[in-house]
Design a protein around this ligand. Structure first.
Ligand SMILES: NC(=O)c1ccc[n+]([C@@H]2O[C@H](COP(=O)([O-])OP(=O)(O)OC[C@H]3O[C@@H](n4cnc5c(N)ncnc54)[C@H](OP(=O)(O)O)[C@@H]3O)[C@@H](O)[C@H]2O)c1
Length: 248
């Protein structure tokens, strides 16, 4: 049982939904994001429903790397340890490469990959010292292939994050530290609402229930929801690029 769970990007969407799922199962939570007012509202909602829960919140911009380490350490102290860290904070907002949007693409690359690395570093440092823990990263089915248009940089960041996660798992092989990469398909949130097409879209409640089950399984790579995304990802991996471009 991973009792004390830190989630980044918990102010909205999947992070918020996962927090509610774990709280409903009696877990204690450490929640971070930039919008502290939303985190405090979520904290109040959880405590109203589950008065015995412990919920710590912190304002955190994950691009402030030094603060990632400080905040994770503060939250570890506040909950008396961390059993699981979910690296979830992320953004979309990309534009086609070469279309004059380097600033937006760089922001996504930094938030979804470099800042995710900072979070993994901080989490694994805590787990190494404690002798155990579960690192979870929220990648995407977009990690499977290079993708066109506004998805190019986003997909690359998620492929990088998935590879980073597998490398950390390789490095920690044989230790009590577990490492999982989660590959969500389209789930209704602020990020997914800007997508051009959203095949197999599920609502946030359905998606977050599936995320909860996937994370609890502690399997190394999980597609969410598993059906249809596990077989779709297999197809995406092998379909000719020209066909993939027409489908997306
Ligand atoms: N929804 C989908 O269909 C889908 C599919 C595959 C993967 N994902 C991934 O799931 C994760 C969560 O996304 P979502 O769908 O829940 O979108 P969302 O509702 O837009 O949530 C994104 C979360 O990330 C936080 N965040 C963004 N930039 C941050 C920063 N610099 N520092 C700290 N927190 C930051 C936001 O909080 P603040 O703005 O308050 O900081 C927010 O809580 C992302 O990594 C996304 O790539 C989503």
């Amino acid at each position: 049982m991973r009792q004390r769970i830190l989630i980044t990007g918990a102010s909205s969407g999947l992070g918020r939904g996962m927090a509610l799922e774990f709280a409903a199962r009696g877990r204690h939570l450490a929640l971070c994001a930039r919008r502290l007012d939303l985190l405090q509202a979520l904290q109040a909602e959880i405590l109203a429903r589950h008065p015995h829960a412990r919920v710590a919140v912190r304002a955190l911009d994950v691009n402030d790397h030094a603060r990632v380490f400080t905040v994770f350490e503060e939250l570890r102290g506040e909950l008396g340890g961390l059993d699981r860290v979910i690296v979830n904070a992320g953004i979309g907002g990309c534009v086609p490469v070469g279309s004059g949007g380097f600033a937006a693409n760089r922001a996504t690359a930094e938030t979804n990959f470099v800042a995710a690395l900072a979070q993994c570093e901080a989490a694994v440092g805590i787990f190494r010292a404690a002798g155990g823990g579960h690192l979870v990263t929220i990648a995407s089915v977009a990690a499977i292939r290079g993708l066109p248009r506004a998805q190019t940089v986003y997909a690359a960041t998620k492929a990088g994050l998935a590879s980073l996660t597998e490398g950390i798992r390789a490095d920690l092989w044989g230790t009590p530290i577990r490492v999982s990469a989660i590959y969500p398909g389209y789930i209704q949130t602020d990020i997914s609402s800007s997508a051009r097409r959203r095949p197999f879209l599920v609502d946030a409640a359905t998606g977050c229930r599936a995320l909860y089950a996937a994370i609890e399984s502690e399997r190394p790579r999980v597609f969410v929801p598993r059906w249809p995304w596990a077989p779709v990802a297999m197809l995406m991996r092998h379909v000719p690029l020209g066909l993939l471009v027409r489908l997306l």
